[in-house]
Design a binder for this molecule. Sequence first.
Ligand SMILES: NC(=O)C1=CN([C@@H]2O[C@H](COP(=O)(O)OP(=O)(O)OC[C@H]3O[C@@H](n4cnc5c(N)ncnc54)[C@H](OP(=O)(O)O)[C@@H]3O)[C@@H](O)[C@H]2O)C=CC1
Ligand SMILES: N[C@@H](C=O)C(=O)O
Length: 255
Amino acid sequence: MSVAIITGASAGLGKEYVDAVVEQFPQIHELWIISRHENALQKVADQYPQREFKLIPLDLNEDADLQKFSDTISKFNPDVKLLINNAGYINSEAFAKQDYDKQRMMIGVNVIAPTLITKIVLKYMKPSSLIVNVCSTSAFAPVQGQSIYSSTKAYVYSLSLSLHWELKKLGIKLLVMCPGNMKTNMYQYNALNATNKSTQAIGYLPFLDLHVITRKSLSLVQKGHIVYTPGLFYKTYRGVTKMLPHTILSRFLKG
Ligand SMILES: NC(=O)C1=CN([C@@H]2O[C@H](COP(=O)(O)OP(=O)(O)OC[C@H]3O[C@@H](n4cnc5c(N)ncnc54)[C@H](OP(=O)(O)O)[C@@H]3O)[C@@H](O)[C@H]2O)C=CC1
Ligand SMILES: N[C@@H](C=O)C(=O)O
C-alpha cells in the first residue's frame, strides 16, 4: 500500500501540504498525517472523504511517541512514496531567560524528530521515493533571540544537504525547503506575542503564499532539486548570508 507521511499536518504549512498531496498525488493510496491532536487531524481528513487517511496523533518531542510511530509503520509495512518533515516549534527569547522545556522542545521537534522519522521511514522507501524537509531562512545564519531555533534549522539544512547526496545513490530524492514568513499559528504565536522589538519586526518582512510554495516544492523534489528558498527577498537574503562572515552577521541578526 502506497502512502504519503506528513508531520505537523493539522495546521499551517502542513495542512497546506495535505491539500497539495491530495491534489498532486492521486495515485497514493493513503495519507498518514501526524500531529498531537487527533481531533484536529480528523477535521483535516474529513475535508477529503474520497481519500484514505491514517491519523497518527503523537508528540514528536516524546521518545515514546517516536517509538509508537516506529511500531505503527512496522505493523502496516507500507510503501512510502513521500515523507514531508514539516512539524516545527519556535520560542523566541534570550537564551539565558528561556525556559529549559521550550529549549528542549525546539531540539526535540525540529532536530530529533525529523532525523529519527527519516531513519524509521527510510526502511519503507524504494527508488523514486521523495522526502521534503521543511527548514527556514533562519538556517542561513545565527539569529540572536532565536539562538536555538535558528541552530535547529541550520541542523536540518546541513543534514538535508548531506542526505540529498547519500539518498540519491538509493534513488531517493530529498529537497530542503527554506521558507520565510508565513501567516500560520507559528507566526501568530511568535511574532505577535513577542516582547522584543526585533521579533515583532519580522512581521514587516514579505509573507509567502503557502499554496504556491507547497506545490512548487513538490514539483522541485521530483525534479531532483536540493534546496528551495521561496521568494526573491529570501533568495537575496540567502545570497547575503553566503557572502558575509557569520562572525559579523550574527552580531546584527536578531529574531
Ligand atoms: N510560520 C513561519 O513564518 C515559518 C515557519 N517555518 C517552518 O515551517 C514549518 C511549519 O510551520 P507552521 O505551519 O508555521 O507551524 P504551525 O505552528 O502553524 O503548525 C505546526 C504543526 O506542527 C504540529 N506540531 C507542533 N508541535 C508538535 C509536536 N510536538 N508533535 C507533533 N506535532 C506538532 C502542529 O499540530 P499540533 O499543535 O496539533 O501538534 C501543527 O500541525 C515548521 O518547521 C516551521 O519551523 C519556517 C519559516 C517560517
Ligand atoms: N520566523 C521563524 C518562524 O516563524 C522562521 O523564520 O522560521
